[in-house]
Design a protein around this ligand. Structure first.
Ligand code: NAD
Length: 420
């Protein structure tokens, strides 16, 4: 069986793919080939995937691209959908890309899945769709009350996915997990942000009074639960995936200071995130009873392992760390967001304005995956970050059209250093 996994150049999706490709993983799942569809936004990197594995195919593209979705759905039996804009602070700075990717992108995939009679569609969602809960834990039947633009876009995509089940009979399964931690998480999220700053002897910013409470789960436990929902779940059902560790950000900070060898003099309290939900908590009884799901990771030990991974893998995060949070909520101690990044966050590009672009020339070692990009029809220049600098390319072919199908060609012009 062939499956499509979206967003698997990111943190959780790539862990899921690595789990399936690990010894015995594919055999026990009945899957023979995995196609990954990922746009390689700031959050996705090919370094998270083993592209040399013949059982894996990487397609660089946008989930909002209906013709690409059609092409890929024709080749697969099942879909596991992780791709999303995922950072709350970015959704507060600019929500357009969240609505576009999370809502329209999910809808585009569902439509294509229906057209091609895909027999299972796992939609990966979040506990944030329930909104803040003062006491107890939200069951799957709790009303949705999302508060941030991120959570609202995820709730909307959940409802569209479930509507495709009710209306069209598509086999949709929705998972709603709590906060994840583990290796390869982009250092804008609290745990990798704090670890990478503490490892560099820098201060860490805690929002408000630090009493916001979250459940935490190791990313491999989450991926195991997603796989159980895909393999053994029921069509049309929602499964909460809850972590056994529920702590405030202040307590989390205490754990991270201990694990990284830091102290409270490195902590600064910054003005609270706008609309910051006080507490998320989901009840995981249904996944335990129906799927036999049990988290395997002990929080303190796995947090220490995560710190060790960041300590041993500086090359993975060092080049992206400085820009990870500029201008976002924890920005009081950061320089303001650069214009280009703000423009990138703010623009919402209609899918029919996007074309595939192929990059020619440039450094010999430039990975093939980076040579296929998504460009706007009007775009004449592209620059991509590579090895601590930017490679610049200029368009040398006409736009594709009925007379001339295919991608637009860009040719390498120069390399510049990333300005700090
Ligand atoms: P991430 O930001 O690390 O990765 C997202 C991936 O999606 C990236 O590789 C990115 O390039 C890709 N992507 C973004 N827009 C795309 C588009 N238009 N087309 C194709 N690919 C696109 O996110 P993550 O933390 O791995 O989260 C994965 C999923 O899990 C998301 O749906 C998120 O809502 C959900 N989730 C995350 C958490 C968490 O703690 N991180 C918790 C619960 C649920």
């Amino acid at each position: 069986m062939n499956i499509l996994v979206t967003g698997a150049a990111g943190f959780i999706g790539s862990t899921y793919v690595r789990m399936l490709l690990s010894p015995g993983g594919l055999e026990s799942s009945g899957i023979s080939r995995i196609t990954v569809l990922d746009k390689l936004t700031y959050a996705g990197t090919l370094r998270n995937l083993d592209l040399a594995d013949p059982r894996l195919r990487f397609v660089h593209g946008d989930i909002c691209d209906a013709s690409l979705a059609d092409e890929l759905m024709a080749e697969v039996e099942q879909v596991v959908h992780f791709a999303a804009e995922s950072h709350v602070d970015r959704s507060i700075a600019a929500a357009g890309e969240f609505v576009r990717t999370n809502v329209l992108g999910t809808h585009t995939l569902l439509d294509a899945a229906l057209r091609h009679k895909v027999n299972r569609f796992v939609h990966v969602s979040t506990d944030e769709v329930y909104g803040s809960v003062e006491q107890g834990s939200s069951p799957e039947t709790a009303p949705l009350g999302p508060n941030s633009p991120y959570a609202a876009s995820k709730a909307a995509s959940d409802l569209v996915a479930l509507a495709y089940h009710r209306t069209h009979g598509l086999d949709v399964r929705v998972t709603r997990c709590c906060n994840n931690y583990g290796p390869r998480q982009f250092p804008e999220k609290i745990i990798p942000l704090f670890i990478t700053r503490l490892l560099d002897g820098e201060k860490v910013p805690v929002y408000g009074d630090g009493q916001n409470v979250r459940q935490w789960m190791h990313v491999e436990d989450h991926c195991h639960a997603v796989e159980l929902a895909r393999a053994n779940g029921r069509s049309g059902e929602v499964y909460n995936i809850s972590g056994s560790t529920e702590i405030s950000n202040r307590e989390l900070t205490k754990h991270l200071l201990a694990a990284c060898g830091g102290d409270w003099s490195q902590v600064v309290y910054v003005p609270d995130r706008k609309g910051h939900d006080r507490r998320y908590s989901v009840g995981g009884g249904k996944a335990r009873a129906e799927l036999g799901y049990r988290p395997q990771h002990d929080f303190e030990r796995s947090l220490a392992d995560t710190v060790a991974w960041y300590r041993d893998n500086r090359a993975w995060w060092q080049p992206i760390k400085q820009r990870a949070c500029e201008g976002l909520g924890r920005g009081d101690y950061r320089p303001p967001l650069r214009g280009a990044l703000m423009n990138h966050l703010a623009r919402a590009i209609p899918a029919d304005d996007l074309v595939r672009a192929v990059l020619e020339g440039g450094p010999p070692g430039l990975p093939e995956g980076l040579r296929v990009q998504t460009a706007r029809r009007s775009e004449r220049k592209i620059k991509i970050p590579y090895h601590g600098g930017y490679e610049h390319f200029e368009r040398v072919s006409d736009l594709p059209g009925p007379a001339q199908p295919g991608p637009i060609i860009f040719r390498w012009t120069m390399r510049t250093k990333i300005a700090e």
